[in-house]
Design a protein. Structure first.
Length: 193
């Protein structure tokens, strides 16, 4: 991707994010991972009600750059290169972030780890999950409601499931079919520490 295209994409994504919170001297970067329908966006929104963080939701950002999205590997690579630049830009300005994306492979997460390490910001990792039957029902309901930012359906969940890799660093795990409050409390405490 040529540099001017990247700059233009990052600018479009920045505009799509909306109002930013007050910068912090030591911003925190929260990376949320999980399959479609496990409740990542719900969890991120609940977290953002308690922490003044910007949510970078990959589904919404994809639609800001590609209309309509194709979800092919080239498009995804293009999108995440722009998202990674956006993450760096925001963290350098002191903007605390939550990244809401599937983030299923350790190889893709490694790049996020390196951003946090290089900028010396606190990194909090969260794995979101839910039982397959719950996910199936959620994805079915999601398809019936047109206002959703994600286009993933059950077939996408099933196709992606084998590619889930273990998070090798310390992380929080949350099952969104249960009460998420205890995990939210721990993450809020960790972010404020």
């Amino acid at each position: 991707m040529e540099h001017t295209q990247l700059i233009s994409d990052v600018q479009r994504l920045t505009e799509s994010v909306g109002e930013l919170p007050e910068p912090l001297a030591e911003p925190t970067f929260i990376v949320v991972s999980g399959l479609p329908g496990t409740g990542k966006t719900y969890f991120c929104n609940k977290l953002a009600e308690r922490l003044p963080f910007v949510i970078l939701e990959s589904d919404a950002l994809r639609k800001a750059l590609f209309s309509p999205p194709s979800y092919n590997p080239t498009e995804s690579s293009h999108l995440f290169r722009a998202i990674h630049h956006l993450i760096e830009r925001f963290l350098k300005k002191g903007i605390p972030l939550i990244l809401d994306a599937t983030n299923l492979s350790e190889q893709h997460r490694e790049y996020l780890y390196s951003i946090a390490d290089r900028l010396d910001v606190k990194l909090i990792l969260v794995r979101v999950e839910a039982p397959p039957q719950v996910v199936y029902e959620r994805l079915k309901t999601r398809q019936e409601n047109s206002g959703n930012k994600s286009d993933a359906e059950w077939a996408v969940y099933q196709r992606m499931k084998p590619s889930v890799q273990k998070i090798r660093r310390n992380h929080f795990a949350v099952d969104t079919s249960q009460d998420i409050t205890p995990v939210l409390d721990k993450i809020v405490r960790e972010a404020r520490r």
